[in-house]
Design a protein around this ligand. Sequence first.
Ligand code: SF4
Length: 485
Amino acid sequence: MWRSPRRFAIPWPKRSPRAAARCAISSPVTDRAATFSSITSSTTAPANPAKSAATRSARSCRANVRRFTVRTVSIDRAALTHRLSRAPAAPTMTSQNDTLLTPRASHRSSKTDASTSMIDTLGPASGRRALIESFAPTLIAWQREHGRHDLPWQQSRDAYRVWLSEIMLQQTQVSTVIPYYTRFLERFPTIEALAGAPSDEVMSLWAGLGYYSRARNLHRCAQVVVEAYGGHFPRTVEALSSLPGIGRSTAAAIAAFSFGAREAILDGNVKRVLARVFGIDGFPGEKRVENAMWTLAQTLLPAHGDADIDAYTQGLMDLGATLCTRGRPDCARCAFTPHCVAYATGRQRELPVARPRKAVPVRHTLMLVMRRGKSIWLERRPPTGIWGGLWSLPEGSDTTALARVAELHGYHDSASAFEPLAPLSHTFTHFKLDIEPMLLDMVAAKTPSARDDAAGRWVALSELDEFGLPAPVKKLLAGLTGTLI
Ligand code: SF4
């Protein structure tokens, strides 16, 4: 049964009669807006509250929320500092930039510290304290009743399985990950099996999941854990985050799910939830905003570890993935509706603040599809960089460059024989790649083609599935298979 958001309600400070008059509509949003407006009334309230009550709308109340948030930056510093000074100190990491990783560190920092002042803007002191203290219990209760409990990796606390799922889930949706996770475990049931596998096989199983540096790091990490830790993952965030491909948030998730450690996570989903619930302005990719969010995430942790931290960490992930989604937050079903700043101010679409816009650069490349009978020539890409370690088609900036490749395979003066195929494009994180494929039938090659070696080989179309191919190359060849055979 769906639990009403009101069941999680945090008591807000009592409204003054004036505030009650100004926000006549009774709802969590307007109740809260009324409270805020009562605090700002010394400078903003009209002389006749009764008249105002008849004319003002919930919209004006939301505007008061914004005004209040701006005005209380300095008022609430003492309350926040007091709250943070009472919070238990959490284990710290010792990076140079991490001076604000614990509440105590924040307490000791300068008054002008950007991270502290960022948290200072999170609504009124009383409401903020109540929200901070009730955040974990609310989230845990919601997760236990409405969160996800049947994902394949939730059935075990085994660090190998937890780690595998966390790496695959980075920037990738659960529904996409599940079949990959299952195939990986079938082929590599233990970390020793993964560590000892040929990299080609690992890359091939990963092909299609994207962000291929994750697969290379996954393989290296397995080898390090086997060689340096006897096949057992270390238990602390510090040691975990020193392993290849494991960042601070992933390390915290592994420590929480595998060992019940009381550690804060802060991936993209969590940043979105915190930005909305607490009304945090600023692009979360900016260092000062991210530092403030780490401080807040550490402060919000449940008081106890084990089962609570498990449900809490999973709850943050579930809330961000299922309700507080990027494009369509389902506020009507959310446990935080009565307290969420973004909901109260109608700013769900504005928060978190988007990355400052920059034009996405477009690159252009030609790809050569050399056909010899029922085989295609593939080349292995360098181990690092775009599509590192995967098999792909030869590339060139123009047809002259492609003709030089064909010449190595015994086909001279091939430029006029290129047959243009339908162009396609692929978007990476930082640029877009426009691909212009050219088909070349190698029947006119004068000499036997280059022999197979580690850097390239002729691959039968029926065997393409055994090679790790970049998604656009896979798509291109899949489209050709019917016409080439
Ligand atoms: S109320 Fe809406 S915006 Fe706020 S946390 Fe819930 S889903 Fe996200």
